[in-house]
Design a protein around this ligand. Structure first.
Ligand SMILES: Nc1ncnc2c1ncn2[C@@H]1O[C@H](COP(=O)(O)OP(=O)(O)O)[C@@H](O)[C@H]1O
Ligand SMILES: Cc1ncc(C[n+]2csc(CCOP(=O)(O)OP(=O)(O)O)c2C)c(N)n1
Ligand SMILES: [Mg+2]
Length: 300
């Protein structure tokens, strides 16, 4: 089963009204916003990555979902696997302490288990937030512009560098130490129609926002914001832009807002919503066929 097929089947199970039909980044329970995300060794991070970086990424990936709803973190639950590697565990704990302090997010609890020797680590965190304006993924309106914060593609390039390519530390850091856009999310939350974070790739996540909103979306590859480091590493041609738009791990915010509305934080308009269905891609004025893969999907 692919991730999309599994999610479609989950949507047939008994769902809480706060599950938002499993089409949003977070669930809602009273004044709280809930999300959980897992890191799998070899799938989300490399076995040789530093434990402190893994701890950072685990927290950051979850807080990014809270950021997408404009929420303030309240606390987290940690599910942790011991594997008889005391040094790794100690370094993970030290890194987690740094990350929790950095994001002013205390630990609420969790669970600790043991793994068979040599089994890949699977680390899960559940994050709870509050005070969220919570713009849904499904709130985009025809005529809205599609915006992203920051730059796209840096983490994907960082993964290529972690796997052996030559490239700058800045791109590697984007892969290993993603920065959840909590302040931007809180500022944008009350002003936007729809918002989500980009974890799987700009194209696939924009398509999900359009589908949830029952709209079509057109993205202009030429408008995708690339960092100077990415441009120096990969170039700025169509292939480099497509790679940036489909790599994932960006943890930037993707949101829909009226095209003429002034925004409280810097962001780049990369497309527009219209009546209809599906994602359409162009490069400037030139229409482009969709690539085979719009982003990262598990078991695809
Ligand atoms: N195994 C699962 N059980 C229940 N709900 C799930 C599961 N996997 C994903 N979901 C739900 O499906 C929706 C989409 O999930 P996902 O794409 O992973 O969101 P995100 O990328 O923001 O983490 C969310 O509402 C999430 O809670
Ligand atoms: C070693 C390694 N290979 C590939 C990737 C790319 N990758 C793995 S999972 C993923 C998407 C984000 O993970 P997911 O579990 O889908 O998070 P969610 O969308 O649920 O927040 C990406 C881009 C990576 N981060 N690390
Ligand atoms: Mg998820």
């Amino acid at each position: 089963m692919t991730e999309a097929e599994f999610l479609a089947a989950l949507r047939q199970l008994p769902l809480h009204p706060g599950a938002h039909s499993l089409t949003d980044d977070t669930a809602t329970l009273g004044r709280y916003i809930l999300t959980t995300d897992t890191l799998v060794e070899g799938v989300h991070y490399l076995a040789g990555d530093r434990p402190a970086d893994v701890a950072w990424k685990l927290l950051a990936q979850n807080l990014s979902d809270l950021a997408a709803k404009g929420a303030t973190p309240v606390g987290v639950l940690l599910n942790y696997p011991l594997r008889g590697a005391d040094d790794w565990d100690a370094a993970f704990l030290a890194g987690l302490a740094t990350a929790l302090t950095h994001f002013s997010t205390p630990l609420l609890g969790g669970d600790t288990v043991s793994l068979p020797p040599h089994a890949p680590r699977v680390l899960t965190l559940t994050a709870i937030g509050a005070d969220a304006p919570a713009p849904p993924r499904s709130g985009a309106r025809a005529g809205d512009a599609l915006y992203v914060t920051g730059t796209i593609g840096d983490a994907g390039a960082g993964l290529a560098i972690a796997l052996g390519k030559d490239g700058p530390a800045e791109l590697l850091a984007a892969y290993r130490r993603p920065q959840p856009r909590l302040a931007e999310g809180q500022a944008l939350g009350p002003h936007v129609h729809a918002m989500m974070d980009i974890s799987d790739g700009l194209l696939i996540d924009a398509e999900r926002m359009a589908a949830a909103s029952d709209l079509a979306v057109t993205i202009d590859l030429a408008a995708i914001p690339l960092s100077p480091a990415y441009a120096a590493f990969a170039g700025t041609d169509r292939a480099a832009r497509l790679a940036a738009a489909t790599a994932g791990d960006d943890y930037q915010l993707l949101f829909a807002a009226p095209a003429e509305r002034a925004l409280p934080v810097p962001a780049t308009c990369v497309g527009h919503f219209t009546h209809g269905t599906a994602l359409t891609l162009k490069h400037g004025v030139q229409p482009l066929p969709l690539p085979g893969k719009l982003g990262f999907q598990h078991a695809s």
